[in-house]
Design a protein around this ligand. Structure first.
Ligand code: IMP
Length: 183
């Protein structure tokens, strides 16, 4: 789905597909360097991180493995519920592995903080985060994202894996959802 297909639902376009592709390529180059000879385990957070994971992993020149977790977040609304729960755990042991959590977006950072603490207790060799997008509240909460695509405003956004009520995940760019769609 292209930005033009849902242009009427968006109050602004933040990034085109090309914009995102370029930035993901830059992050991959950084990860290639930092993880040379380390074969990182990329842990994607379902469902939103599917696009970042697919593009990032294919942009890497080094070997990596991939696994997935599902964490509860917003349900179908647009405000954080504050409730964090593991809905699906990964299949791989992370003991002594270099883990790179792949997230779609960091908003309050609640999900990520919980996840990092949880994964740390499983004794990985290292643990870092790669996220497509970050909102200002995460910066205020000092949530550490080593590999970041873009900082964005605190509006509710859709596209590139991010949904509203299950829709727009397949949108190729990223846009601010017009409040008329959810109010
Ligand atoms: P946090 O725990 O507040 O950082 O929220 C993280 C999760 O909330 C993300 O992984 C997304 O699934 C979801 N989320 C946060 N902001 C947005 C948004 O603007 N659009 C769609 N989903 C979002």
């Amino acid at each position: 789905m292209k930005l033009d297909d849902v242009r009427a639902d968006l109050s602004a376009v933040l990034f085109t597909e090309e914009h995102i592709e370029t930035r993901i390529g830059e992050l991959a180059a950084q990860i290639d360097q930092d993880y040379a000879d380390k074969s990182p385990l990329l842990v994607g957070i379902l469902n939103g991180a599917v696009m970042v994971m697919a593009d990032l992993s294919r942009a890497l020149s080094i070997h990596c493995e991939m696994d997935w977790m599902a964490i509860s977040s917003y349900g179908s609304g647009v405000a954080s519920s504050g409730v964090v729960r593991i809905l699906k755990d990964m299949n791989t042991s992370i003991v002594d592995r270099h883990v790179l959590i792949v997230e779609d977006i960091v908003d309050t950072g609640l999900t990520l903080s919980y996840l990092i603490e949880n994964l740390k207790s499983r004794n990985p060799a290292s643990i870092e985060v790669c996220a497509g997008f970050r909102k200002p509240e995460a910066v205020r909460n000092h949530v550490s994202v080593k590999y970041l695509g873009f900082d964005i405003p605190s509006d509710f956004v859709v596209g590139y894996g991010l949904d509203y009520a299950g829709r727009y995940r397949n949108l190729r760019g990223l846009g601010i959802l017009s409040p008329k769609v959810y109010s």
